[in-house]
Design a protein around this ligand. Sequence first.
Ligand code: CO
Length: 136
Amino acid sequence: MTHDSPRPARIAHVGIAVQSLAEILPFYRDLLGMPELQLADADGAKIGAVQAGDSLIELLEASSSDSPIGKFVAKRGPGIHHICFAVDDLDATLARCKQAGVRLIDETPRIGAEGKRIAFLHPSATGGVLVELSDF
Ligand code: CO
């Protein structure tokens, strides 16, 4: 691999919508032995994060019922909400998706919970999976 080869995308985190952080965090932290990390709140959700190798599991608890996670849990119950892929060149990847007709939720990247730039793609274009892309 040359120095200029793009790095392959990796799973940055899996976002899981939960009813109660306090209730579910001990499962990941204490029973599965995943170290806990502190992350800032984002998009109207409190985030509890645990480390799974090079990836994170982000446990998302709605701060209000009209937040995206609040609406998701009301409609579908708790469960996997989105998957975030870190890509080598976020701007180029977004441009490529847009050109291919993939519907973007975020036309321009914004700062996510990990402090990196992120952008969401619409699940209608990704086989029903809410995909988040982030800087590496
Ligand atoms: Co996320």
